[in-house]
Design a binder for this molecule. Structure first.
Ligand SMILES: NC(=O)c1ccc[n+]([C@@H]2O[C@H](COP(=O)([O-])OP(=O)(O)OC[C@H]3O[C@@H](n4cnc5c(N)ncnc54)[C@H](OP(=O)(O)O)[C@@H]3O)[C@@H](O)[C@H]2O)c1
Length: 334
């Protein structure tokens, strides 16, 4: 075990893009687990758009990371020293942790991953920890897609969006995805089976969406908000559903963002717009894992993981999410 613990700490709240001075990365000594705690070594760090929310002090669904505290992250690690009978050395754990080589765990923060076969630990972590269940519950519980309906998803080549589109196909829907490059569009259409892919950076989005959705939109799975939400609102069918999963188009905004211009459509078409956070579904997590695991084993859902080596690269890699430089689930391997 190393004597040195490299730790990322939050030094200032970001304004706009996440600049280098927002976090520091420095050597510290190893923490010592107390009774009921254990020490684990980081194997994988999930990079998530919500990291930018946690760095800020905007109203949010968990307490913001305190200034000078280690940066919070969704982590996967190996127990190296334990004062808890249920967490033996060598056990693989995942849950909430921090951006550090070594950290203290408790049963309240991380859980044993157990036997993940036939799925490898890295795939179980990348797909089942957050993004797969987010796609599953957001689409099925809130979107309630029915066979023959039209489902539109934004950030469609990302970790959540790529799975949303594939579940919607399994449910017999017409699926339209919006993504930021032609390569991403080719991937979701040719490899993942989306019916239509729209490059929202080059297309006339309202016109392209209207052409792709001749029967209107029944479910818009919103990962981004902003102009794409507005374009979808105009096409929503009566009693349409909008699971509000994320707002990545505005996470780095420096000024108040305008509300949806087409807000009136919520009334005119009697829409249900419902925000959700995956933590709301903690108790049903095994249901999503079972369904996703089966679909993956049957080849009905394909997942892509983009792994970057080195905890020292966490900050610059995180920025990829906000520029669209990632495809699929973005993670750091330590
Ligand atoms: N509610 C929950 O519990 C929950 C859980 C997990 C994630 N989320 C949310 O789900 C969304 C997707 O998360 P993820 O982890 O799957 O990330 P991701 O989609 O893998 O990565 C983010 C993607 O967003 C797209 N993007 C960035 N800026 C954009 C903009 N201005 N307009 C349109 N698209 C933009 C980029 O793709 P392009 O190249 O296509 O632009 C980028 O690749 C995020 O909003 C996140 O906050 C919510």
């Amino acid at each position: 075990m190393s004597e040195v613990n490299r730790v990322w700490r939050l030094r200032k709240r970001p304004v706009g893009d996440i600049t280098d001075d927002v976090l520091s990365f420095a050597d510290e000594s190893l923490p010592e687990p107390r009774q009921g705690e254990f020490l684990f070594r980081l194997n994988y760090l999930s990079l998530d758009p919500t990291n930018r929310i946690w760095m800020s002090d905007m109203p949010q669904y968990m307490p913001p990371v305190a200034l000078d505290a280690p940066m919070r992250g969704v982590v996967c690690g190996t127990v190296v020293k334990s004062h808890h009978p249920d967490y033996t050395e060598g056990a693989i754990v995942s849950g909430f942790g921090v951006w550090a080589d070594y950290q203290i765990g408790t049963p309240e923060t991380v859980s044993p991953m157990g036997d993940t076969t036939p799925v490898a630990v890295v795939d179980a972590f990348s797909t089942f920890a957050v993004v797969g269940p987010t796609a599953y519950f957001g689409l099925l519980d809130i979107g309630e897609p029915k066979k023959g309906e039209t489902v539109v998803v934004s950030a469609a080549a990302g970790a959540v969006g790529s799975i949303v589109g594939q579940i919607a196909k399994i449910k017999g829907c017409r699926v339209v995805g919006l993504a930021g490059t032609n390569e991403k569009c080719a991937w979701i259409q040719n490899d993942l089976g989306f019916d239509v892919a729209i490059n929202y950076r080059t297309a006339d989005v309202p016109a392209a969406l209207a052409a792709a959705c001749p029967d209107g939109i029944d479910v818009y799975f919103d990962n981004v908000a902003g102009e794409i939400l507005d374009a979808c609102l105009t096409l929503m069918n009566l009693k349409g559903r909008i699971p509000t999963c994320g707002l990545i188009a505005q996470y780095n905004a420096t000024e108040p963002v305008p509300g949806p211009y087409n807000y009136a459509m919520i009334l005119m078409r009697r829409l249900r717009v419902e925000g959700f956070i995956i933590l709301d579904y903690s108790e049903r997590h095994p249901e999503a894992v079972a369904a996703l695991g089966q679909w993956m084993a049957e080849g009905k859902i394909k997942v892509r993981t983009e792994i970057v080596d080195g905890l020292e690269n966490a900050l610059q890699t995180l920025r990829k999410l906000y520029t669209g430089a990632n495809t699929g689930k973005l993670m750091i391997r330590v």
